[in-house]
Design a protein. Structure first.
Lengths: 137, 137
């Protein structure tokens, strides 16, 4: 068991997976710094991401590995992998083409809460591709 | 139960808390776009954050609400609240002073995996304050 000191101040990468064997991962555009999505990785997904340089996540809904873009072609090429103080969260700096979100937007974060409301969202982005054309069943 | 269509394309804020009643939250510097930290909120923390304009999280370790900066003074003033496509993750755009991480760095993400290694980290930032002076027990 790694000590708090070793985890926080050390130079050994000791990712702390949760009880389900997962760690949350923030994908951030390396050029614009926009947060594109948040996903999860298990050990195998993280190893694949490091080895291949393409972001691979673990789908909690489908309980399997998914290489981002395997269907849409919108892969994330990893430029840098950051880890936080307690090593239980990762930031991936990635370069992307367009349309990282399956709904059709560049980022999954295409809505913001309206000022003064706790219930009402507003769109802050426009779709950059048509998901119906990309995700053909 | 909200439909997928309503959650993804609608304008109603319907945050999807997990089985533990939590939702992950990425705090991003509104000016520099640096990712500062990732924390969790329960319903009460989210309501407090919206109402007060200062980020309040739920500490999983201590199982209680904590207003970021309540001890250190390093509060996060919320400029914008973004939600992702499936509304199970939030990005807070915040303005901060300095030293958002309890270890002494501006961001919790002060280390990166070395290129070509799956084990070796390197520091990518310098401390901006001395935590021993700020966190007096």
């Amino acid at each position: 068991m790694a000590t708090k000191q070793k985890i926080e101040e050390g130079l050994e990468f000791i990712p702390q997976f949760d009880d389900n064997g997962l760690i949350p991962v923030v994908a951030q555009d390396a050029e614009t710094s926009q947060v594109l999505m948040v996903g999860y990785m298990n050990r195998a997904a993280l190893d694949l991401t490091i080895r291949t340089g393409c972001a691979t996540y673990f789908s909690r809904a489908r309980q399997k590995l998914w290489k981002k873009g395997e269907e849409s072609g919108h892969v994330q090429k990893v430029q840098q992998i950051l880890v936080d103080c307690d090593q239980d969260c990762i930031v991936l700096k990635v370069t992307v083409d367009a349309g990282q979100c399956h709904v059709g937007y560049q980022s999954c974060f295409y809505r913001a809460l309206k000022k003064g409301s706790n219930k009402q969202l507003q769109f802050i982005a426009e779709k950059v591709y048509n998901p119906k054309e990309v995700y053909k069943k």
